[in-house]
Design a protein around this ligand. Sequence first.
Ligand code: DLZ
Ligand code: SF4
Length: 509
Amino acid sequence: MAKLVVVLGDQLSPALASLQKIGPDDIILLAEVAEEACYVKHHKHKIILIFSAMRHFAATLQQQGKQVCYLEYNKSASIRSMTDAVAYALQQHCGIQEIVITQCGEYRLQQTINSWPQKFAIPVTQLEDDRFICSATQFTRWAEGKKQLRMEYFYRDMRRYTGLLMANNQPLGGKWNYDAENRKACPSNTTPIMPLQFSCDDITDTVKRLVQQQFADHMGSVDNFSYAVTGKDARQAFLHFVATQLPQFGDYQDAMLFDKPFLFHSICSVYLNCGLLDVRWMCNKVVAAYHNGDVPLNAAEGFIRQLIGWREYVRGLYWLLMPNYAEHNQLNAQRNLPEFYWHGKTQMRCMQQAISSTIEHAYSHHIQRLMITGNFALLAGLSVKQVTDWYLAVYADAYEWVELPNTLGMALFADGGVLASKPYAASGAYINRMSNYCKNCAYQVKHTTQTDACPFNALYWDFLHRHQQQFGANPRLALTFANWQNRSDSDKAAILAKAADTLNRLEQL
Ligand code: DLZ
Ligand code: SF4
């Protein structure tokens, strides 16, 4: 019985459930389609990465003797969606009696796939995506009956379940979490080793020309694309990270430095999230480096926490809470996203740095995403929909299962605290502590109401004042609110007036 095995652009793993037990008559379908390439305006590097990695992956399958139906992007073709692509493949290859697909990463597409049995009148088997360690069912079981779904407790269970960095069912070093040792500011003269860059082969060059022609108005330039597009190169990039950057990743996880967009970050989420890397393989390499004495515990634990903690947790939450999750807007944030999110031309040095790295590399690291662009969006009350669409479009590692909880929940507090116990709101003082941006900035980080005041400062107080009812009783914000209350009425009025003026002039910042 011949099957049509549909492989999506973020499922490029040889170990993918649907690619096991492929018979000689089975057809593997990969399709570059407008609907997937345009549901948000993806950064050019993201499209190059996915199309080129898909083409390399298909070539490897063909070399292994498998039958591949590969549809290259063609703007004028009638095949515009995955559903069109499946219809075409079924028409071209008679005798197919079943469609097989591994569960996809976005609710939007999942709904479409759910409509296939009726549409095509053949069975559609959807397999568990076992590239994640925690299945959706396991996560639901974990969440059952819990009042709060905190990452830390999920993470501890995942450590116990995987045995990673554990001995006798206890965490190595005696502590579960070395978060407090992940917050050092980085000396300005640090010269971190760059993530590996890769030159383009003929396949990538062809895709670059296609992207330049068809997606010219999307963010970024095709000229500086340098991501790995095969599993082999992605693994090399990760091993380079483990050997050269990981030892300092722990200390400087939350640090930011002017013109050092990667610092000690691996950027391997770009590869992991489209399937070029395998999470268990990565974890084992990190643990081995720790046991070899090559990386300290705070670095190994910090990285493992991202992989089996945060990553698996946000994915579990996404599938548990969708589709309602996407509709949350607890703080009623409605303001339009300023244009500088797209071009990066702003005098706020921190925002300029985070956005220019986004434009250049389809990447900025987690603290830039959370505490710079995310924090600004939170303080200014920018539209949740516009901000989440922006994050989904501009980052090469962004698919909705990971992007939505991180942006809507963590950065914007729009889920009302499902994910975070308090809003990640911060004034310029935090940014000044964790970066060297402020001394290169047109604004003065120590000023709040003056003409040259750092916009984050008045916006921060205004945010707290605006949402006093929501957060006033939060014990983690008690000191902050006491600080606000202790100010004189005239001080408060001046700060709120400055914030109102700043919000009126967002485009000019
Ligand atoms: C992101 C993306 C893009 C840009 N293009 C394609 C495509 O043409 N074909 C495809 O199969 N997948 C693509 N993807 C990734 C999908 O959007 C992704 O599989 C879904 O969002 C589910 O996570
Ligand atoms: Fe950002 Fe304010 Fe520092 Fe400028 S002074 S870099 S706007 S935090």
